[in-house]
Design a protein around this ligand. Structure first.
Ligand code: GLU
Length: 416
């Protein structure tokens, strides 16, 4: 059976929330349909002089609570349906944590590792200029996602500003601090993953100190999540990247693994003193906390029964499919859903945008304190609704997010 797509998963989850909320068919249909979808050609002159044409997308799922917000991913498998699903998740995520945005997502179907730095800059600037009519600090504010980073946001900001004729820092978030980025944005998603994990552990009466952790994905989210969890006293026994994983029962030192990659190693695999494992094996380790922080659909009906972790804290967007969810729920696994667990990134993106619009910048402690406050409140809202209705944390989180967006639609009314 083919694995459920991200869009099927997102629509399935929306249907669950619609049922909880008793939404009528019209409202359900309105929320299932993206407000605006753009597909663009991104022609690229390669360094060898040849021309290749890539596909790019930007989907704005909803604006009812404010400008659209969401990342841009560069990944060879990105397509319009995936971007639609990711944009929809952004809408619920922003509503759930109470920041005044709708949801969007963008992508270019390309493997960034196959491009030289100058090719990457050309792709980014051309894509930015193609989506320029629909982005802007009051309209839609992109940010990093899989395969993009601070440098990508810097190029987008610069391209947009060149066309406006003045510097517009608030058009993207996740920028370098030197050009209007926020303190604490780089590690924000990972820090949020840690807060979400600690909330879930505390609720179950489990001390996080000494808790064993496995992290799938050692990129922007997974690498720092592993480090923060380790620094807070957890025992991180396994991490992985696209090439595979490493295991050490006595605990790994994530900072040393990150340093090794910075020094030029291609993968965590081969780190001294570790055993090599596969990504599949990592998901099935007997640990307290599993953090899938790579791509969507990695826990499905096929392997969910073999997941032994007591807590799954979703650093990635959509790592568990609905049929995988059902198996985990049946086994008593606590799943802290993506729109809650990985919301630290967009939370600090919001702080960055506020700082840019005010041209008034905060200290890292202020950013981290506000992030903690926002995420703890969101977790408490979700856990209270889950307990009240006897539903999973995922359904509760979706119900709160979708409910707030439906409310905004009702309050604003339908034009014309
Ligand atoms: N790409 C991140 C996410 O999926 C961050 C989005 C943002 O900051 O706008 O939540």
């Amino acid at each position: 059976m083919p694995r459920m797509s991200a869009l099927d998963s997102a629509l399935h989850q929306l249907a669950g929330a619609a049922e909880q909320l008793g939404l009528d068919d019209g409202m359900h249909q309105l929320l299932a349909t993206p407000r605006r979808s753009m597909e663009v050609a991104v022609p690229l002159r390669r360094d060898d002089g040849s021309l290749t044409v890539l596909k790019g997308y930007r989907v704005q799922h909803n604006f009812s609570r404010g400008p659209a917000k969401g990342g841009i991913r560069f990944h060879p498998d990105t397509d319009l349906d995936e971007v639609r699903a990711l944009a929809m998740w952004m809408t619920w995520k922003c509503a759930l944590i109470g920041i005044p945005y709708g949801g969007a997502k963008g992508g270019v179907a390309v493997d960034p590792r196959s491009l030289s730095r100058i090719e990457l800059e050309r792709v980014t600037r051309r894509y930015a200029s193609e989506i320029m009519p629909i982005i802007g600090p009051e309209k839609d504010i992109p940010a990093p996602d899989v395969g993009t980073e601070e440098q990508t946001m810097d190029w987008i900001m610069d391209t947009y500003s060149a066309h406006q004729g003045y510097t517009v820092t608030g058009v993207v978030t996740g920028k370098p601090v030197s050009i209007g980025g926020s303190q604490g944005r780089g590690g924000a998603t990972s820090r949020g993953v840690m807060y979400a994990a600690f909330s879930a552990l505390a609720e179950a009466g489990v001390d996080h100190r000494g808790a064993t952790v496995a992290v799938q994905g050692f990129g922007k989210v997974g690498g720092l999540a592993a480090q923060y969890l380790h620094d807070a006293g957890c025992r991180v026994v396994a991490v992985s990247d696209v090439q595979g994983g490493v295991f050490r029962g006595a605990g790994l030192n994530p900072a040393a693994l990150i340093a090794r990659l910075r020094e030029g190693a291609e993968s965590v695999v081969g780190s001294p003193g570790t055993d090599t494992i596969t990504n599949e094996e990592l998901l099935e380790l007997d640990v307290d906390v599993l953090v899938p922080a790579a791509l969507d659909g990695v826990i499905s009906e096929e392997n969910a029964d073999r997941v032994k972790a007591r807590f799954v804290v979703e650093g990635a967007n959509g790592p568990t499919t609905p049929d995988g969810d059902a198996v985990l729920e049946g086994n008593g696994t606590v799943v802290v859903p993506d729109i809650l667990a990985n919301s630290g990134g967009v939370a600090v993106s919001y702080f960055e945008w506020v700082q840019d619009l005010q041209a008034w910048f905060w200290s890292e402690d202020e950013v981290n304190d506000r992030l903690k406050g926002l995420m703890t409140r969101a977790y408490d809202d979700v856990s209270a609704l889950a307990a009240e209705r006897g539903i999973s944390l995922r359904t509760a989180a979706q119900t709160i997010g979708v409910g707030r967006v439906a409310d905004a639609h009702r309050t604003r009314g339908l034009y014309p």
